[in-house]
Design a protein around this ligand. Structure first.
Ligand code: SAM
Length: 361
């Protein structure tokens, strides 16, 4: 099992994302004899072994179903145990492409937090890249370390460190992680309360040969102010701030209506109203209430006509009546887009900047 490489068939020990409903995805590690209990029934791990990733699985008594999905950082972000605020895919994907993170990139990240972004970085940089991630909160560091090991993230080195006070240098970097005698990061991502205190420490760990990009993720504009100042003081250039506001766009068909439809609709409402009065009167007549019958009859000479009007089902494009499905033939439709409410993303300001190594003299 791996976040890096796809495989087809589920085996014991694999991490599987059980897609239970739109808002409920549960990561499970397949173990013989265990079962997944959900509100839509329970699912035996033994039955999952041998199934294909992506397959639908029926509940034990044929009630309900789930889908068994292959691990991906995107699914992990949606289902991970939250220890902190996290970076969502809307932001991480933008940052990744803007900083040109590709296979083989060397990334510095602080703090690790719930390791949501760490998973995305690790997958994108692949086997040849290296991720140096730092976390100063010990329980969080230990949790993240365990997860990264369980998820086989061999390209990632997590360090327990306060980067704002102690910087990013690592004393005994494992051999496979060293480049140019150290960390030599090409991309930096800071999701810290005070990134401006960490920025001065970066010079010692960033690449001295490649153009280095940085992104600082901060929820308040005051933090951005301080970050920009620190970046300028440290010689970073091309400083720009961006905010990603995620929205879902839906393509729909909207019925084209004209005045004739409005008139038809009003007539239809009136005719239904009259039909209701007529039915009531009929019921009363049946019950022998002659007096009411006479009173209601006076001035109402169009009942028979209305009855005729109401015998057909009649089409009503504006409300109740025959059910019309979007795109039904016989009506005119135009294609429109509809904006849904904002989707979940950790709304923060993203401050980008770059550093170009000075030629050695
Ligand atoms: N980006 C992470 C993710 O996607 O899961 C979330 C990061 S969380 C908002 C910020 C983390 O930074 C916290 O876990 C916190 O303990 C850590 N942190 C704060 N100050 C730090 C420092 N000076 N050095 C290292 N880690 C620090």
């Amino acid at each position: 099992m791996s976040f890096f490489k796809y495989k087809d068939v589920i085996e014991e020990g694999d991490l599987v994302f059980a897609f239970i409903s739109r808002g409920t995805i549960k990561p499970i590690t397949i173990k013989k004899g265990e079962k997944l209990n959900t509100r839509y029934g329970h699912y035996e791990h033994d039955d999952m072994i041998g199934m294909k990733f992506g397959e639908q699985m029926a509940g034990a008594r044929g009630i309900g179903f789930i889908h068994l999905l292959h691990p991906s950082p995107e699914l992990w972000t949606l289902s991970l145990p939250h220890r902190t605020q996290i970076v969502y895919t809307q932001d991480s994907s933008y940052i990744m492409q803007r900083l040109n993170v590709v296979s083989g990139t060397r990334v510095i990240e602080a703090g690790t937090g719930s390791a949501s972004f760490s998973h995305s970085f690790a997958r994108t940089i692949g086997y040849d890249g290296r991720l140096f991630t730092y976390e100063f909160h010990e329980p969080r560091y230990l949790e993240a370390k365990k997860e990264l090991e369980e998820h086989n993230m061999k390209n990632t080195l997590i360090t327990h460190r306060d980067v704002c006070n102690d910087g990013f240098e690592i004393a005994n970097i494992p051999e496979g992680f060293v480049k140019d005698g150290g960390v030599s990061g090409e991309v930096v991502f800071l999701d810290l309360p005070s990134p401006w205190t960490a920025i001065p420490h970066l010079e010692k760990v960033i690449s001295q040969t490649a153009r280095v990009g940085i992104c600082c993720f901060s929820p308040c504009i005051e933090q951005v102010d301080k970050t920009v100042k620190a970046l300028q003081d440290e010689g970073w250039i091309e400083i720009e701030m961006v905010e990603v506001a995620g929205r879902r766009w839906e393509a729909r068909k909207d019925m084209v209506k004209d005045v004739g439809d409005v008139v038809k609709r009003l007539k239809d409402i009136q005719s239904r109203k009259n039909q209701g009065i007529e039915n009531k009167r009929h019921a009363k007549v049946q019950a022998g209430d002659k007096r009411d019958h006479d009173e209601m009859d006076s001035g109402s000479d169009d009942g028979a006509e209305k009855k005729v009007q109401n015998t057909g089902k009649g089409f009503n494009p504006f409300g109740k009546g025959v059910r019309v499905r979007e795109g039904d033939e016989g009506f005119e439709w135009r294609n429109v887009t509809k904006v849904e409410g904002e989707i979940k993303s950790h709304t923060s300001y993203l401050t980008f900047a770059y550093k170009i190594p000075l030629p050695k003299v």
